[in-house]
Design a protein around this ligand. Structure first.
Ligand code: SF4
Ligand code: SF4
Ligand code: SF4
Length: 326
């Protein structure tokens, strides 16, 4: 008997609903960030939408172009996909005249893997093909171990991992923070090429301190914004006036924290970033799984069901879009 993806997810969702509503749970706490964790700070107010980061990401990761115009003259990805690990999306309202204004304005948002402190994708993967490095905290992908089950696709609260449906031997596609460049002494290409420091690389604890400094700036106050790598000061800083930052560092608390932090002047939900609880989905689902194992009640799909149920409340996954096309 075969089971298609829709039936599979229905079963998984049923398991998740059962778990979310009925099972007693011993709390598994959120995992904590490694002391030397590496990540990114993306500051929407500094972003000029140049997409240099999108091109650089494609180049260093050997990703093909993606076309969204009939002429097919240049790489124009509309979203992350099996061919694109990083995109810059734009928010617009009214006459779109004023940058970083929620009303009659526009703003940019970087979309890529956030390298969760307690990642659902790692928790859901049955064969440890998604791995969180214990030192850097970077969440990377081992194609040789992957069995193509797409549990990680369903589990991610940000809808990040994408399955390469159009390939004969599909892989999962997601940003790995240019981990392959670290042995060469290089860092994330998106941060390296960013002209304004809107995407900044480095130790998360230092990026977090920089984010706190920016949020405390007076709007209009001139200041220096580091570019490139905040720890090596490999590039001269960018001088600009501080925007009217929201008093929120996105990624500080969401699902237990992420190693990509984000700043904005426009509410994050308007920029496509979901409102999420502080408890990680991995902690919630593993707690449920542990309880069911303890009661000898575990169902094969129950663990994925829990992750899928809670992730689907926030994100429309590409699997759903794929189903709708059929
Ligand atoms: S954003 Fe999604 S893919 Fe990236 S680490 Fe978190 S759960 Fe995994
Ligand atoms: S598809 Fe995702 S969850 Fe499944 S084995 Fe590959 S990395 Fe792991
Ligand atoms: S390179 Fe920097 S300024 Fe340009 S789109 Fe990317 S994040 Fe924004």
């Amino acid at each position: 008997m075969s089971i298609n993806r829709r039936d599979f997810l229905k079963g998984a969702l049923a398991g998740g609903t059962l778990l979310a509503t009925g099972a007693p749970a011993e709390a598994r706490p959120n995992l904590t960030m490694p002391e030397e964790a590496l990540g990114l700070l993306y500051d929407s107010t500094l972003c000029i939408g140049c997409k240099a980061c999108v091109s650089a990401c494609k180049e260093v990761n050997n990703m093909p172009p993606e076309f969204s115009t009939p002429e097919q003259l240049w790489d124009t990805p509309l979203d992350i996909s099996g061919k694109t690990l990083n995109v810059i999306k734009v928010y617009q309202d009214g006459n779109s005249e004023t940058k970083d204004s929620e009303t009659d304005g526009f703003a940019f948002m970087k979309v890529s893997c956030l390298h969760c402190v307690d990642p659902s994708c790692v928790s859901a993967c049955p064969v440890s093909a998604m791995i969180k490095d214990p030192v850097t905290g970077i969440v990377s992908y081992n194609v040789d171990a992957c069995i193509g089950c797409r549990y990680c696709v369903a589990a991610c609260p940000f809808g990040v991992p994408r399955f390469q449906y159009d390939k004969a031997i599909p892989q999962i596609s997601k940003c790995q923070l240019c981990v392959h460049r670290l042995p060469e002494g290089k860092y994330a290409a998106c941060a390296e090429v960013c002209p304004t420091g809107a995407t900044l690389y480095g130790k998360v604890k230092d990026l977090h301190a920089e984010a706190q400094r920016r949020v405390a700036l007076k709007p209009g106050e001139a200041t220096l914004f580091p570019r490139g790598n905040i720890n090596t000061h490999d590039q001269s800083p960018h001088t600009a006036k501080a925007a009217k930052y929201l008093p929120q560092i996105y990624g500080e608390k969401e699902v237990g924290g992420t190693q990509m932090l984000k700043l904005s002047a426009v509410p994050f939900e308007k920029l496509g970033m979901p409102k999420l609880p502080e408890r990680s989905y991995a902690a919630t689902s593993e707690t449920m799984q542990h309880t069911l194992y303890g009661n000898a009640l575990v169902l094969p799909l129950a663990f994925l069901g829990a992750l899928t149920y809670i992730a689907k409340r926030n994100v429309k996954h590409d699997d759903d879009a794929d189903d709708e096309k059929k």
